[in-house]
Design a protein around this ligand. Structure first.
Ligand code: LLP
Length: 414
């Protein structure tokens, strides 16, 4: 199953379930994910790397729903976490701690202790101060913490500036020019098992050349470190593979990218970790929304829907494009050029601008596509809007994996 969504007799289905049936039961807005699509993307990584020791550590931040995590844990995935909260979720979902890597520039002592106590696979460390803290906390427990230093390889990921991370002036990682000195100092810290190198250069990369460039840089570094007697055993190349948001996007195929990676690492006697998020769940999710009103102001045509930037902030935050298609397709509808906007009180609250789409009417249902990654994950309660329901479809079965929030949920803790 490629991305899990297709029209059958002009009705949009998620696998074997009509999306309109789900909307009728759960209400809108609501996120719907295809389990088959998620698993097929995971397996594409896993199978292409079959003959090299590897961990596919799904980046939890992209979509942290327990139903999604359980699905991936069941398939044998590892996880890339960036907080104690994500570790808690992965454990709840039955994830195997020995397949967890912990990334991020600002890990707190409490988060590090939680991860040490769970014996996670490795910390991706971003500074000397963090290395010292992990060493101290591991020493107190009389254990050795496996660490990799996150290197900033200084390659240009050529993506949106907010999601590019691998250049020298970004906050992430240790400068490639400094990193060997940092390893030399870190090897004196007794409670660290300094066995890895890691990097992540950015997200939504439609061109894989920069990732492959970073892979070469990292493999060369691993070789130099080994020559110094530092026993590097694993390399983590991060995530970042882009997906198709526009029909004309030429998104890299997971299978081909992973095969290129395999070529690079074969016979290097290294374990390989990747941290894909978006390329596993992005195309496997849609946001279903209902048209509330049509209106015209000045020269502009608006389609007002019940989903907003509080449910899917990507268009407002990154000017990103998400295809918007009707749940019921009909040639008789014709098309219109309009802005698709939500109820939130901000001019920045739009899901599409000046977009040609089906000429839908109030009451009609739309699917905002490729919303499985960084969709619900970035949703908020802005304007006191309850966050939407989430549904997981498996074949002809579906279930709510997160209930729509209630008004009571909105004031919990206040
Ligand atoms: N590993 C690390 C260390 C990361 O920082 C990220 C993403 C990933 C893996 C997963 O990257 P992916 O395979 O999903 O590209 N909110 C933005 C994306 C932020 C990405 C942050 N880091 C968006 O909606 O486009």
């Amino acid at each position: 199953m490629e991305n899990g969504f297709s029209y059958v007799d002009n009705t949009l289905y998620a696998e074997g379930v009509a999306l309109a049936d789900i909307a009728a039961r759960t209400g809108t807005p609501c996120y719907v994910y295809s389990a088959g699509s998620i698993l097929s993307k995971y397996r594409a990584y896993h199978e292409a790397l079959a003959d090299v020791p590897h961990r596919i550590c799904y980046a939890v931040k992209a979509n942290f729903n327990l139903g999604v995590l359980r699905l991936l844990a069941g398939a044998g995935a590892g996880f890339d976490i960036v907080s104690g909260g994500e570790l808690y979720r992965v454990l709840k979902a039955g994830g195997d701690p020995s397949k967890i890597v912990f990334s991020g520039v600002g890990k707190t002592a409490a988060e590090i202790e939680f991860a040490l106590d769970q014996r996670i696979f490795s910390f991706n460390c971003e500074s000397e101060a963090e290395l010292a803290l992990i060493d101290a906390l591991a020493a107190r427990r009389a254990i050795k913490a496996r660490v990799a230093i996150r290197v900033n390889p200084d390659v240009d990921a050529a993506t949106h500036p907010y999601i590019s991370t691998g250049l020298r002036n970004h906050k992430f990682g240790v400068d490639i020019a400094e990193v060997e000195r940092v390893y030399e100092r870190a090897r004196r810290l007794p409670a660290l098992a300094l066995e890895g190198v890691s990097c992540h250069i950015g997200s939504q990369l439609l061109d894989t050349d920069p990732i492959i460039e970073a892979v070469d840089i990292m493999l060369a570094l691993a070789g130099r470190l080994r020559a110094r007697g530092i026993p590097i055993r694993h390399v983590d190349f991060g995530g970042g593979l882009g997906i198709r948001y526009k029909p004309e996007d030429e998104a890299p195929e997971v299978k081909r990218f992973a095969a290129a990676l395999r070529e690079k690492v074969l016979d290097k006697d290294l374990e390989v970790t990747v941290e894909p998020g978006r390329s596993i769940v992005g195309e496997a999710g849609v946001l279903v929304t209902r048209v509330l009103y049509r209106k015209r102001t000045g020269r502009k045509e608006f389609i007002v829907v019940d989903a907003s930037m509080s449910d899917l902030i990507r268009p407002a935050l990154y000017q990103s494009h998400h295809e918007i298609i009707p749940l019921r397709r009909s040639p008789a509808l014709g098309t219109v050029v309009a802005d698709v906007v939500g109820p939130v009180c901000e001019s920045g609250d739009f899901l599409a601008r000046d977009r040609e789409l089906a000429n839908v009417l109030p009451g009609d249902l739309l699917a905002v596509c490729s919303a499985g990654a960084y969709g619900f994950a970035l949703a908020s309660n802005y304007n006191s809007r309850p966050r939407p329901a989430e549904v997981l479809v498996e074949g002809t079965a579906w279930r709510v994996v997160r209930a729509r929030e209630s008004y009571a949920d909105l004031v919990r803790g206040e």
